[in-house]
Design a binder for this molecule. Structure first.
Ligand code: NAD
Ligand code: TYD
Length: 362
């Protein structure tokens, strides 16, 4: 029996939220962080290039479904906590290819929990007590809201509507079961839509920023009146650090930005910001690029988060308002043309063709 080190293990740290989390962890906590990531289309090691030689950071390339590799990584690095981000995360892809979501989000989370349990059980009493497994999840597990429904709280019944949401719901249930059955020190967070630097441009905000910059059509699904709650990614990362440090074991915490917006309003604001920050008067206002296209099947109408529990219990609340965060995000994509160039590889272009070619104008 050996103890834990001072390091933590994150999974999926080369993705959007994971890489922002690693940067903020190095900045704010400064203890070693190991990143287990398969580097799928969504995982980009160049996100972390500025810290790749930092002794506090290490990448292990591998699959969370590989039990042997997970066990070996835990034995080698002996983390004091695991923060589990790795997932297939895009709803439209889950409609096109649900199997990949069941594999990584359900089978992968199960494998990670099972290996974490073996590792945790082998620890001495004080390390065992201090160990944490934080499962990062989404508000989409709660389903959809009508315009006047109260926001999702931690006691809202699960009603996932997309294969992505269903796979995340299944993983949440597994995480919960490992706490209740084995007493493993599990915490779960359910967060609303994130935006910010390093988001893969298949998601609404970066896709619209890049299309607007290039004068391409801006494909708004359905009538554009679907509502999402938006949270700047740094705020999500600070919430996760807070829950990791002070969250009550076995609890779930909803995390949100108090920023409900209709998709059409988000896209229109992006157009105005791009007009302002990269004017192109010859092209005319970017809003003219907006095109209403065939809706997403089973498209959830509204998400809203009641984040009063994490505020009340742990004193966390969002610090970046949506207008400021969106301006910063548009500025980041303008300044990182080579990052954009690198992620828009052949596989990305195939997806864009697959997802948008068949969508006709409404
Ligand atoms: P992302 O798609 O940008 O990144 C996912 C990462 O996981 C990538 O680096 C990928 O290579 C890695 N990965 C995928 N399959 C893997 C496997 N089998 N083994 C190891 N690594 C694998 O996702 P994101 O937007 O950063 O989301 C991170 C987490 O946060 C996910 O669990 C997601 O459900 C959750 N979440 C996301 C949002 C959001 O708005 N993006 C909101 C709430 C919750
Ligand atoms: P997305 O960024 O895919 O996140 P999620 O589906 O997890 O909420 O989409 C956000 C919203 O934007 C969602 O209501 C679907 C819509 N949307 C479009 O209208 N057009 C697009 O091209 C995309 C990718 C999304």
């Amino acid at each position: 029996m050996t103890g834990t080190s001072n390091s933590i293990l994150v999974t999926g740290g080369a993705g959007f939220i994971g890489s922002n989390f690693i940067f903020r962890w190095i900045e704010n906590v400064g203890s070693p962080i190991v990143n287990l990531d398969l580097l799928t289309y969504a995982g980009n090691p160049s996100n972390l290039v500025t810290i790749e030689n930092d002794k506090r950071y290490q990448l292990v390339r591998g699959d969370i479904c590989d039990a042997e590799l997970v066990a070996h990584t835990l034995q080698e690095h002996r983390p004091r906590a695991i923060v589990h981000f790795a997932a297939e995360s895009h709803v439209d892809r889950s409609i096109a290819d649900p199997g990949a979501f069941i594999r990584t989000n359900v089978q992968g989370t199960f494998t990670l929990l099972e290996q974490a349990k073996q590792y945790w059980k082998s620890l001495g009493d004080s390390d065992k007590k201090a160990f944490r497994f934080l499962h990062v999840s989404t508000d989409e597990v709660y389903g959809t809201l009508g315009p006047d429904d109260p926001a999702f709280s931690e006691t809202t019944a699960y009603a996932p509507n997309s294969p992505y949401a269903a796979s995340k719901a299944a993983s949440d249930h597994l995480a919960r079961a490992y706490f209740h059955t084995y007493g493993m020190p599990v915490l779960t967070t359910n967060c609303s839509n994130n935006y910010g630097p390093f988001q893969f441009p298949e998601k609404l905000i970066p896709l619209m920023i890049l299309n607007a910059l290039e004068g391409k059509p801006l494909p708004v699904y359905g009538d554009g009146a679907n509502v999402r709650d938006w949270l700047f990614v740094d705020d999500h990362c600070s919430a996760i650090r807070t829950v990791l440090e002070r969250g009550r074991l076995g609890e779930t915490y909803n995390i949100g930005g108090n920023s409900e917006r209709k998709n059409l309003d988000v896209v229109s604001t992006i157009c105005d910001l791009v007009d302002e920050l990269q004017p192109n008067p010859a092209q005319g206002p970017r809003r003219r690029l907006i095109k209403f296209v065939t809706d997403r099947p089973g498209h959830d109408r509204r998400y809203a988060i009641d984040a009063s529990k994490i505020d009340r219990e742990l004193g966390w609340r969002p610090s970046v308002d949506f207008e400021r965060g969106l301006r910063e995000t548009v500025g980041w994509y303008l300044e990182h043309a080579s990052w954009v160039e690198n992620v828009r590889t052949g596989a990305y272009l195939v997806w864009i063709r697959q997802n948008y070619e068949e969508r006709t104008a409404r």
